[in-house]
Design a binder for this molecule. Structure first.
Ligand code: UDX
Length: 454
């Protein structure tokens, strides 16, 4: 099929690569000329495991452009919108890019039926709004009002950063938000290889052995849009729940990791998303929970559970700084090394990363902060040049002479640190990631979140 993907962020680029891999002719369209030029040269704007390998394999079958006319919209069967919808200061989503896409699409749609799939996370009700906007624009243009045949559906994306490609090849469900039969048919045809799992897996990403078919769930547009928020809010709440138990564990002398293990063995609860620590960040959980609370409020409803999950989450960024101060006293002039800056491992993304708030608080209290991360320091220098933190790419240099080490992101690399060569210091493990028994044997004073030992 001919597919155009608008937006080349995590969702757009991953989706485009997967659709090209399973045999479609894909054009990536983005208004950012620099990004498009780099993509044409095979340079990816994001760090995502295996994306470079698979992208290299298929990029000769893909086109990259900033120009809607070049994307040949009239001969395109499916358009996927994956533009950014960042938060405005009041928590509402900024729909500027979506509006621009709607206008440009309206100017370029042909008369044959076009399926427009929205994958951007948008406020509930945006699917209908988008369809109306495109109608408004086409009607205002023209010569041929009402002649464009298109339908806007919602198919929310559930990929996680750090495993974006795997989640796209092997998703746990495909949601189709529309009740328009021709749209369901076209979308199902496009995603049939993913649904049936009958494509040859990329060598770097073999199919999970137990995966035979990916379920498809069809519902109305608004429910599809709401599923995305509900799923993210639920996962965020699950993490905040275990973190709140962690606060209690510290008081009563229990161990939060033991709680998580014991709870997670119940299949009704499940063990995933019960890793306690300094909580969630990233581009989705913070933004989506804020949007859910705001949407509910507009509808006269308080989302008390989701709001509580947010409160617990953001309190943990203070907890770690306070825990440090409790251990070493006044932070003024004290040398603190942060291990990990990205919001989670295997990504270079810093959006809503706990490291940013924690750095600000440490600097405010006068600490001398050095930060290490295996991949995110390029973005840190770009987006946070004035944080007052020294960004150090060399891990051994970052660990040369700290008074305290705070682990903020559970990168695998940090499991292989040669602690014997690190001077004695306090280690606060914000992700319960390190081997504390061994560290203590080596003479370090350590703190884990939610632990009776802290
Ligand atoms: C999330 C959703 O998982 C994904 O389905 C949706 O499409 C986008 O939002 P992502 O933000 O990429 O994905 O990462 P995720 O793995 O969900 O982690 C989010 C945050 O929660 C990270 O900061 C992570 O460190 C934290 N986390 C996760 C925990 O603190 N504990 C856990 O047990 C799991």
């Amino acid at each position: 099929m001919r597919v155009v993907v608008i937006g080349t962020g995590y969702v757009g680029l991953t989706t485009a690569t997967v659709l090209a891999y399973i045999g479609n002719s894909v054009t990536c369209l983005d208004t950012n000329a620099e990004k498009i030029n780099r993509l044409k040269q095979g340079i990816l704007p994001i760090h995502e495991p295996h994306l470079d390998e698979v992208f290299d394999q298929v990029r000769h079958k893909m086109c990259f452009t900033t120009d809607y006319a070049q994307a040949d919209i009239p001969n395109t069967e499916v358009i996927i919108i994956a533009v950014g919808t960042p938060s405005l200061p009041d928590g509402d989503a900024d729909l500027t890019y979506l509006t621009q896409a709607a206008e440009s699409l309206a100017q370029n749609l042909g008369e044959a039926f076009t399926l427009i799939v929205n994958k951007s996370t948008v406020p509930i009700g945006t699917g209908k709004w988008l369809e109306d906007r495109i109608h408004d624009f086409t009607d205002a243009l023209d010569d041929r009002p009402g002649k464009r045949d298109f339908n806007v559906i919602s198919s929310p994306e559930f990929l996680s950063q750090g495993s974006a490609l795997r989640d796209s090849f092997y998703p746990n469900r495909i949601i189709i938000g529309t009740q328009h039969a021709p749209s369901i048919e076209r979308f199902s045809k496009l995603f049939e290889p993913i649904h049936k799992q009958n494509f040859v897996s990329p060598k770097c990403l073999p199919r999970p052995e137990d995966l035979q078919e990916v379920p498809i769930f069809v519902c109305d547009v608004i429910s599809a849009e709401t599923i995305k928020y509900a799923a993210n809010a639920f996962l965020a709440t699950k993490i905040s729940f275990i973190n709140e138990m962690g606060y209690l564990a510290q008081k009563v002398g229990a161990d939060v990791d033991a709680l998580a293990k014991g709870m997670g063995l119940d299949p009704r609860i499940g063990s995933r998303f019960l890793n306690a620590g300094i909580g969630w960040g990233g581009s989705c959980f913070g933004k989506d929970t804020a949007a859910l609370v705001a949407t509910a409020r507009k509808n006269g409803l308080e989302m008390r559970i989701v709001q509580a999950a947010r409160d617990v989450n953001y309190s943990l960024r203070q907890w770690i700084v306070n825990a440090l101060q409790e251990k070493i006293g006044d932070l003024n002039g004290r040398r603190v090394t942060l291990l990990g800056f990205s919001f989670k491992p295997n990504t270079d993304d810093l959006r809503d990363a706990p490291s940013i708030d924690i750095s600000k608080e440490l600097v405010k209290r006068g600490a001398i902060v050095t930060a290490h991360d295996p991949v995110a320091l390029k973005n840190a220098r770009l987006y946070y040049p004035d944080l007052g933190v020294v960004y150090e790419d060399d891990l051994s240099k970052a660990l040369e002479n700290p008074e305290a080490v705070l682990l903020l992101t559970e990168w695998q690399d940090y499991l292989h640190i040669d602690w014997q060569n690190v001077p004695q210091c306090v280690i606060i493990d914000g992700r319960n990631h390190l081997d504390h028994a061994r560290l203590r044997d080596l003479g370090f004073e350590t703190v884990r979140f939610g632990s009776k030992q802290s």
